[in-house]
Design a binder for this molecule. Structure first.
Ligand SMILES: Nc1ncnc2c1ncn2[C@@H]1O[C@H](COP(=O)(O)OP(=O)(O)OP(=O)(O)O)[C@@H](O)[C@H]1O
Ligand SMILES: [Mg+2]
Length: 467
């Protein structure tokens, strides 16, 4: 523990640490009780576990910010617990409590990545100081003076999934370092959104964020687009052109679809990154540039290195830290949040009346779908359905139809009949401007029957009265 930390006033410690969640693990019930009282008094939310196994069971539901565990316990010991925790939540800090005889084991544990250890008996103040140090180091924004305290950096990323939360914690930690980041995830999982979030959480957030889609720029234009060119450098270069790398000076360069960059250009990019300067096409002098690089790919760059289409040296330069977004099918608890959010967005943008919500069955269908195109596919599906729906509630049949459109499957007969019936009802209500008596007469049904039909399809006659 550095000497300077000892000067922190306990009141300040409390302020910094309020609301943080601690998982306490010890097989001694007395110590568990005592510590838990002490931490609660210091404003923490505390969950206790009397064994390593029990702690692992509570991890995903309690989502602690910190774990304090005894080293020697029956069954799973503290170090084994730490190893399991680290596999799942590599940035979650763990503090170990140790008796005098096991200090060497505790020291060894810190070499393996345990944040710190405390030797029993310890005083409360000492414990609070170590906790403060761990939280400050692992979550830099808990410091009220930190520039990135504003949670706005992640405000556009909607999630309630624990793997995503862990990824965002890791993201926040690396954002303020200058390290290069490679985001390797499937299409439509939110790679660009995450790259923008890194930029917002970084100290460069007031400088430009410049995205470059390497797959969209023709090979022969890459050099002049990225490095710029001087007037007359080649036929058609009738004025000076600032390259995208120079435009990102002081800020962040986002190299999207980096796996598509031609091999020969990879060498030129590597040189720019190593030397920190670019030379525009036709220029004799290089220009110094200061950029932080985030790259993204949906392809496996390791495999590309094996087949010789991606340079290994560039890979190591770009991939100092790798962030991987889970596919949507692995975070199904996010689907309803995202679906409602995207529906509200369509409603805000649209001048016409757009459906207000999903029926419970429609939401079930969304939650069960495979989503190979991830969040981008979810957005497209919702936009398509919302615009085509003339009623306040989106039905399951509409969702299924939109999802089938993607896979080219045949509609089962019951769904086709239901869809026909619904369209028929909508048409007839439009014709009669929501006059149920008239509509029922045209359909040769009595009013009660007709109302039943409407409710089966979640249609409301009054919606058609405005037109
Ligand atoms: N967690 C999220 N919350 C809200 N919107 C999201 C989230 N993740 C992605 N999106 C939205 O989904 C769309 C796709 O995201 P983005 O473009 O970042 O993904 P990508 O992985 O770069 O996709 P592609 O492979 O198609 O380039 C964007 O409109 C983005 O705003
Ligand atoms: Mg993208």
């Amino acid at each position: 523990m550095p000497e300077s930390r000892k000067s922190v006033h306990p009141q300040q410690i409390r302020y910094l640490m309020s609301q943080n969640k601690i998982l306490l693990v010890d097989d001694d019930p007395r110590l568990l009780k005592l510590l838990s009282l002490r931490l609660k008094a210091a404003n923490f939310r505390v969950e206790i576990a009397s064994s390593g196994q029990q702690a692992l069971g509570k991890l995903d539901t309690f989502l602690p910010d910190l774990i304090i565990t005894d080293l020697r316990m029956e069954g799973m010991d503290g170090l084994t617990l730490f190893n399991s925790v680290q596999k799942k939540y590599p940035s979650l800090p763990v503090i170990i409590l140790t008796a005098h005889g096991t200090i060497p084991n505790a020291v060894e544990a810190t070499h393996k990545g345990v944040f710190s250890y405390l030797t029993k008996p310890f005083d409360g103040q000492q414990l609070l100081l170590i906790i403060k140090a761990a939280l400050e180091q692992c979550y830099p924004t808990t410091d009220k003076n930190s520039e990135a305290k504003d949670p706005g950096w992640r405000s556009e990323i909607i999630t309630q999934n624990s793997a995503m939360e862990e990824l965002l914690k890791q993201t926040q930690r690396v954002a303020q370092n200058e390290v290069s980041i490679l985001i390797q995830s499937d299409s439509g999982t939110g790679k660009e959104l995450l790259a923008r979030a890194v930029h917002k959480a970084s100290l460069r957030h007031k400088k430009p964020f410049v995205p470059i889609n390497c797959a969209a720029i023709p090979d022969n234009l890459l050099e002049s687009e990225l490095f710029g060119h001087l007037k007359g450098a080649f036929t058609g270069a009738d004025s000076n052109h600032t390259g995208l790398i120079e435009a990102a000076d002081g800020g962040t360069l986002f190299l999207d679809e980096i796996g598509n960059m031609p091999l020969e250009f990879q060498a030129k990019l590597l040189r720019v990154l190593q030397e920190g300067e670019v030379r525009p096409v036709g220029a004799t002098q290089s220009i110094p540039v200061d950029v932080r690089v985030i790259s993204a790919t949906h392809t496996d760059l390791d495999a590309a290195i094996q087949t010789g289409t991606f340079r290994e040296d560039l890979y190591y330069r770009l991939n100092v830290v790798m962030l991987e977004l889970p596919p949507l099918s692995e975070r199904r608890e996010d689907i309803s949040l995202l679906a409602n959010h995207f529906l509200q967005q369509v409603r805000k943008r649209s001048k016409n009346s757009v459906a207000k919500s999903f029926s419970p069955e429609a939401m079930k269908a969304l939650m069960a779908a495979p989503w190979p195109g991830n969040i981008r596919q979810l957005i497209n599906t919702i936009e398509q359905v919302a615009i085509l729906t003339v009623t306040p509630i989106i039905s399951e049949a509409q969702i299924n139809k939109a999802l089938r459109g993607k896979t080219g499957e045949i509609t089962p007969l019951v769904d086709a009949q239901s869809e026909f019936e619904r369209n028929y009802l909508v048409q007839i209500l439009q014709m009669t401007r929501g006059n149920v008596t008239l509509a029922a007469r045209l359909a040769k049904r009595n009013r009660t029957e007709f109302y039943k039909l409407l409710s089966r399809h979640q249609l409301e006659a009054k919606v058609f009265r405005h037109d």
